[in-house]
Design a protein around this ligand. Structure first.
Ligand SMILES: NC(=O)c1ccc[n+]([C@@H]2O[C@H](COP(=O)([O-])OP(=O)(O)OC[C@H]3O[C@@H](n4cnc5c(N)ncnc54)[C@H](OP(=O)(O)O)[C@@H]3O)[C@@H](O)[C@H]2O)c1
Length: 273
């Protein structure tokens, strides 16, 4: 297979959760998946699984908050003739008040959710524009439709991803290249374990499965839709976030945060929750 026939899908945050699932499903569709994240052992284990299932992939160890490593990945992406899909998925959450926490994690979140998305997308679009085809898929969150105390940077950066993708979608019209943003609600991954937040703070029926979210996102991407909000419940929440006036939304948000704080204060979170 020549480099132009080979279809390459780049997935960031592939070592866990949604990114691992994006990688599995894209590999099953015949893409050669670049598995991008920091934890090499986890990427190698996924690569082994994908190859055992007959798929193709490559492990790319990269800390996307590091300028040098990010630039090296952008250069590789821009040079890859077979580039067909870029999934900007890597991300993490927050649970401390913005003013009370050190600036390091806030800076890292801005770098990962915003700067890395900008740079990788720009590099990919250069190549996809020349090819006259390609798909960008950004993983935001339904949190991007809201604002919430202790999630200030998370909600803001995810709102930015939604807005950025909408703009891109309009700009790319007619180029053969599409941009899609997926806004998942609560999904069972390692996200809340990394945060040290128990899943019991969220009602059981709110949790989505990663394979469901990824299948919905890829189907929307294939159809060239600009936005995908998996599950009717989260479509409804997003609509509420868009239409309700702030004088109703803000007290609701404060009340939810107080309730969650109280639950967290009374429990010791465990990774297996
Ligand atoms: N789970 C949810 O409820 C939920 C809801 C809405 C939106 N989302 C979004 O979905 C995306 C995926 O999250 P997830 O739920 O799958 O969480 P996860 O299981 O914790 O996976 C996060 C991934 O991001 C990678 N990552 C974190 N920092 C990185 C860095 N500096 N450089 C490169 N990779 C980095 C992690 O890999 P390494 O640690 O190996 O680098 C990991 O592969 C995120 O953008 C998140 O905001 C999740």
């Amino acid at each position: 297979m020549t480099s132009t026939e080979r279809r390459i899908a780049v997935v960031t945050g592939a070592s866990a959760g949604l990114g691992a699932e994006f990688s599995r499903q894209l590999a099953a569709r015949g893409e050669c998946v670049w598995l991008v994240a920091r934890r090499e052992d986890r990427l190698e284990a996924l690569a082994e699984e994908i190859r055992a299932a007959g798929g193709a992939c490559e492990v790319v160890v990269c800390d996307l908050t590091d300028d040098v490593q990010l630039a090296a990945l952008c250069d590789r992406i821009a040079a890859e003739e077979g580039l067909s899909v870029l999934v900007n998925n890597a991300g993490f959450g927050s649970k401390s008040r913005f003013a009370d926490s050190t600036v390091g994690p806030q800076d890292a979140m801005a770098r990962l959710h915003v700067l890395a998305t900008v740079r990788l997308t720009h590099a990919a679009l250069g190549r996809m524009g020349q090819n006259g085809r390609g798909r960008i898929l950004n993983v935001a969150s339904v949190a991007g439709f809201f604002q919430s105390p202790t999630d200030v940077m998370y909600c803001s950066t995810k709102a930015w991803m939604i807005s950025f993708t909408e703009g891109l979608c309009l700009e790319l019209d007619g180029m053969g290249v599409s941009a899609t943003v997926v806004c998942p609600g609560f999904t069972i991954t390692e996200f809340h374990d990394v945060l040290g937040v128990s899943r019991s703070t969220v009602p059981k029926h709110h949790w989505l499965k990663a394979d469901y979210v990824v299948a919905k996102a890829l189907a929307a991407m294939d159809r060239g839709k600009w936005i995908c909000i998996p599950h009717w419940r989260y479509k409804l929440y997003a609509m509420i976030g868009n239409v309700l006036p702030k004088w109703i939304l803000h007290p609701l948000s404060r009340r939810r945060r107080r309730r969650n704080d109280a639950i967290r204060a009374n429990e010791t979170p465990t990774p297996s929750d």
